[in-house]
Design a protein around this ligand. Structure first.
Ligand code: FDA
Length: 311
């Protein structure tokens, strides 16, 4: 149990606090540690900066838990503009989104219709879309919708899977037959023990186990593409050794990290010739995302406060 982590995850779900802090000047400044501005223009500036050094990006328009159809349509419009902008400016960037932002809590059919519009635009521009994974209440439906997109011919769809979930091995094994593009992360939500491993060491062990499965030759031959979304150097070093020992070429997988976290490691892997992609979030709905980043590393708050004092 980690009381600070639990506190930040609790705060991440408080809508009243979200309303108060999202518009507060000082908090907006603090959020910049992990959020690349509020507008598409600011988001794409962040991409250019990373692309210039050879790092690719996945762009996320922050938003989740939308309860009005009109809000979900605004999000779709933003993603369509984003895809057009990436194409126009020839940026090296894919996009990532959350299904609750597409209206999943309102109606599954609405979410599907919204997602389909984005997938179509992405396909037109030969771009890719990754569906983020939210709390475990949404795991089944997210996997179902991901598979539906593939069945509808959108082979530009990828999915996030979380190693903290006890079910994950079954989920990954069930996907291997069609060679999925899987962004493997540890998981960022508050989950009950019955659903997720409570011990970090078990989450990390399961992460490696999932990579071993995805890196098996038959999985790779089917087209499975592991996206290793972590800042954990132990896991990253394991991947480097495993790939070397098993002659897995660098283009059969990629590393991914979050904007503002371990920039040094991002550069190092990029310079060593590995594929490196950074998840760049932008938008005004940064509060829950920001709180989850604090939950992962509560010491961040102290660093941010200090850097504000010495600005
Ligand atoms: P771990 O927490 O063990 O951290 C390893 C090291 O990384 C730390 O020692 C520290 O140095 C650094 N670090 C980690 N978090 C930090 C932070 N917030 N600030 C500063 N340093 C930090 N989750 C989810 O549930 N659904 C999703 O869709 C996604 N999507 C996603 C995409 C991408 C590209 C990434 C990298 C991550 C996600 N996540 C996610 C978040 C993920 O589940 C996880 O919470 C974070 O990546 C932190 O875990 P690490 O794997 O880095 O390991």
């Amino acid at each position: 149990m980690n009381p600070m982590k639990d506190m930040f995850l609790f705060l991440s779900r408080q809508t009243l606090l979200q309303k108060m802090l999202s518009t507060s000047g000082p908090f907006k400044i603090i959020s910049k540690r992990f959020i690349c501005g509020e507008t598409l223009e600011e988001g794409t500036k962040g991409i250019c900066h990373l692309n210039d050094s050879g790092i690719s990006v996945t762009l996320d328009h922050l938003g989740e838990s939308v309860f009005l159809e009109s809000e979900s349509l605004v999000a779709v419009k933003e993603y369509i503009e984003m895809l057009d902008c990436i194409n126009q400016k020839k940026l090296n960037a894919t996009v990532s989104l959350k299904l609750t932002q597409m209206g999943l809590d309102i109606k599954e059919e609405l979410c599907l219709a919204n997602l389909r519009r984005i997938m179509q635009k992405a396909q037109l521009h030969k771009n890719k879309v990754t569906i983020d994974m939210e709390s475990s209440d949404y795991t089944d439906i997210t996997i179902k919708i991901y598979k539906r997109m593939l069945q509808e011919g959108f082979n530009n769809a990828g999915i996030v899977i979380q190693s903290y979930l006890r079910r994950t091995e079954d989920d990954i094994r069930n996907m291997l037959s069609f060679g999925p593009r899987v962004r493997l992360c540890k998981g960022a939500y508050k989950e009950p023990k019955a659903v997720a491993f409570p011990k970090k060491s078990d989450v990390d062990k399961n992460y490696i186990k999932m990579l071993e499965i995805m890196f098996e030759k038959p999985s790779l031959d089917k087209g499975t593409y592991p996206e290793i979304a972590t800042h954990d150097e132990k896991i990253i070093n394991w991947v480097l050794e495993h790939a070397k020992k098993n002659n897995i070429p660098n283009d059969k997988f990629e590393f991914q990290m979050l904007y503002g976290i371990r920039r040094d490691l991002q550069d190092k892997l990029n310079q060593q010739g590995y594929r490196m992609r950074v998840y760049v979030p932008y938008g005004t709905h940064w509060y829950p995302y920001f709180m989850r980043r604090l939950a992962e590393r509560p010491a961040n708050l102290v660093f941010i406060m200090k850097s504000m004092l010495y600005r």
